[in-house]
Design a protein around this ligand. Structure first.
Ligand code: ZN
Length: 199
């Protein structure tokens, strides 16, 4: 044990976060320990407040501070067109293009049997409910990633939604395989959306 127990605890908490390895965790831990106490408090408070105040939009399940997100509450959006994305960051990427006028449905993940993520672990049931509700749905655009998990999820959803009489489309694969939508530029995203085909 080179470090104190508290340092070790901080390092192991940080190292448990996604994308942070042991080295980065140590670097962050030492940085935090050398920060002025009021800055550490602000960071900790922000984390706690974000965790407790941010919730799922009751319409599309994106993360929002309000009961209903700005996209869902915008009357000039086409509420009959629903784009299905894996997470809120994907939604933000499409919003940045400024070309999409429909609404979204955020799954919060993709089906990944190897990781123990089944259809019941993401917001698929909620999508089916939206598609079979009173508000008419003219199209569901499957914009999950082009990874194996994203494709599996898209296929699974189309099998559930099509029997409801809703047109189901898949975005064009201009998006590289395994590519996270959030890293793909706006032109590619717009092309993928424009080139979508019925499945
Ligand atoms: Zn919403």
């Amino acid at each position: 044990m080179i470090y104190s127990g508290y340092v070790n605890r901080l390092v192991s908490e940080l190292a448990a976060l996604p994308g942070i390895g042991e080295k980065s965790a140590q670097r962050l831990a030492f940085h935090m320990i050398n920060m002025p106490p009021e800055k550490v408090k602000r960071l900790a408070d922000t984390m706690i407040e974000a965790r407790s105040r941010v919730k799922y939009c009751s319409g599309c399940y994106t993360l929002t501070d309000a009961e209903i997100c700005p996209v869902c509450s915008n009357p000039s959006r086409d509420h009959s067109v629903i784009m299905v994305v894996e997470d809120t960051r994907d939604m933000a990427a499409y919003e940045k293009t400024g070309k999409y006028t429909g609404v979204y449905h955020v799954l919060h993940g993709a089906i990944a049997p190897m990781l123990g993520v089944g259809p019941g672990d993401i917001k698929i049931k909620e999508l089916v409910t939206r598609c079979s509700g009173d508000d008419p749905v003219s199209e569901v655009i499957l914009a999950t990633n082009s990874s194996i998990e994203g494709e599996t999820t898209a296929m699974y959803i189309s099998k559930l939604i099509k029997p409801l009489g809703v047109k189901v489309t898949r975005i064009a694969s201009g998006v590289p395989v395994g590519g996270d939508l959030e890293y793909i530029d706006e032109i590619t995203l717009t092309r993928a959306l424009d080139g979508r085909t019925e499945v």
